[in-house]
Design a protein around this ligand. Structure first.
Ligand SMILES: [Zn+2]
Length: 104
């Protein structure tokens, strides 16, 4: 069965507007995204969601298993981000979680 692509308002991964694509499940967690054909072809995921998922698991890379480390490194290459940037973003998110825990 062929599943036809749809016209997306914008791609949740790269942000391109009015592109052809599909709504697909994320490889990182229980979430679906509207993804353009180009991002779909490379398996590119949303950077911000990846930061959120990994920071919920713990600190990068010490708390993350090898399988996810490998996939994160592949995603960082696709996004043109360094591991150092990613580590900083994960730490910032962990600090945010602590803040929300304190105020709630
Ligand atoms: Zn895209």
């Amino acid at each position: 069965m062929e599943i036809k692509s749809v016209l997306l308002d914008s791609c949740d991964v790269c942000g391109k507007a009015n592109v052809e694509g599909y709504v697909v499940a994320s490889a990182f967690g229980p979430c679906s995204n509207a993804v353009c054909l180009e991002c779909l072809a490379s398996g590119k995921e949303s950077y911000h969601e990846m930061v959120a998922y990994i920071s919920e698991a713990g600190h990068w890379p010490t708390d993350i298993n090898e399988m996810y480390q490998k996939e994160v490194r592949r995603q960082l290459e696709l996004h043109g981000k360094t591991e150092e940037q990613f580590k900083e973003d994960v730490e910032r998110m962990i600090e945010l979680y602590k803040y929300y825990d304190e105020v709630n």
